[in-house]
Design a protein around this ligand. Structure first.
Ligand code: NAD
Length: 316
């Protein structure tokens, strides 16, 4: 019997490559749809050769491309998107990919009569939270075209679910980190900025008092959440994917210095900063999918720092 096929848009990206590998491990065949805009060439080469993966180079901005890619698919994990930085610089392009592109994927999924679809939304739909932890029903105040498109994408998905019977779930990823993360990632790039300084023998520099925080969630946990949202029978859910722990920038700097074994003290640059904080309430995803983060923040950040040093040949 042939394997059930899942199409993963953006499947050659940071999160997508993990989702594809997990789906294959669960016994699915995977078809990646990615336009190579930000894909890792090593990942693409591996995917092209994998017996259970098929790589389709194509752009979700083209309806016909998406329809062709979904032919014969059992379901879809929709991850292709342009990142936040890009959305501020070019709102039109961002909406074109992140909103119109998503509409193409949802509509094609209905036409292909897929079993279900998982949509990657983002914690950035919340904007500035009024309180922590952030709950799915909190007021949303998206602040950039990227976040606006993610929020609209959730609403659009709900339209396709209720009007066209598309079984689906949306996941609000928090600050995803792990090996292979992009150096220009909007939030988590601070990890690499600090690590580069530490490796050069310089202390990480923190703006303000370092109390701004993020909910760092490991990419392997995020990929597992996406696959669980796909295999579950639940539908119509919007779920936070984080650890529930807000880690301040000051704590992060200390963890990174400790992991590298360098005798450095983080420095504080007095500066008026907008203190933003992030922590997900994850009770809904726990109850709905039985998902729990398995990688605790401190060991996850420690391992990432060690991987970074090893790649540079700079392990102590
Ligand atoms: N990384 C995070 O911290 C984070 C947080 C919240 C939400 N998300 C969301 O998760 C998803 C995956 O993020 P990621 O970090 O893996 O990003 P990524 O940039 O590593 O991966 C995105 C992939 O989509 C592809 N792509 C971009 N535009 C495309 C297009 N028009 N057609 C086809 N493919 C296209 C890129 O080539 C890339 O391989 C995105 O939807 C993102 O918005 C990520």
């Amino acid at each position: 019997m042939s394997k059930r096929r899942v199409v993963v848009t953006g499947g050659a990206g940071f999160i997508g490559s993990r989702v594809c590998a997990l789906l294959v491990a669960e016994g699915y065949a995977v078809r990646v749809l990615d336009n190579l805009y930000r894909a890792d060439p090593r990942v693409v080469a591996e995917q092209r050769q994998h017996p259970d993966m098929e790589f389709v180079e194509g752009d979700i901005r083209y309806r016909g491309t998406v329809d062709a890619a979904l032919e014969g698919a059992e379901g879809v994990v929709h991850l292709a998107a342009l990142c936040i930085n890009k959305s501020v610089a070019d709102p039109a392009e961002s909406l074109d990919v992140n909103l119109r592109g998503s509409e193409h994927v949802f509509a094609a999924a209905v036409r292909a009569r897929v079993r279900r679809l998982v949509f990657a939304s983002s914690a950035s739909v919340y904007g500035e939270p009024e309180r922590l932890p952030m709950r799915e029903d909190d007021v949303l105040r998206p602040q950039t075209p990227y976040c606006i498109a993610k929020r609209a994408g959730e609403d659009l998905l709900e339209f396709y679910r209720t009007r066209h019977g598309l079984a689906s779930n949306a996941l609000r990823f928090f600050n995803v980190y792990g090996p292979g993360q992009k150096t220009d990632a909007y939030y988590t790039s601070v990890i690499q900025v600090f690590l580069r300084r530490i490796v050069a023998g310089e202390a990480p520099v923190i703006d303000g008092d370092g109390s701004q925080s993020m909910d760092f969630v490991h990419v392997d946990d995020v990929a597992r959440a996406a696959v669980m949202a796909y295999t579950s029978a639940a539908s119509g859910l919007v779920l936070n994917v984080g650890t529930g722990i807000d880690t301040s920038i000051a704590e992060l700097a200390k963890m990174l210095v400790a992991a590298t074994g360098r005798a450095l003290e983080p420095q504080f640059r007095p500066r008026k900063t907008l203190v933003t904080r992030r922590a997900a309430d994850i009770s809904r995803i726990r109850a709905a999918l039985g998902w729990e983060p398995l990688v605790a923040v401190a060991p996850g950040i420690h391992a990432l720092a060690r991987t970074f040093l090893a790649e540079l040949g700079a392990l102590p």
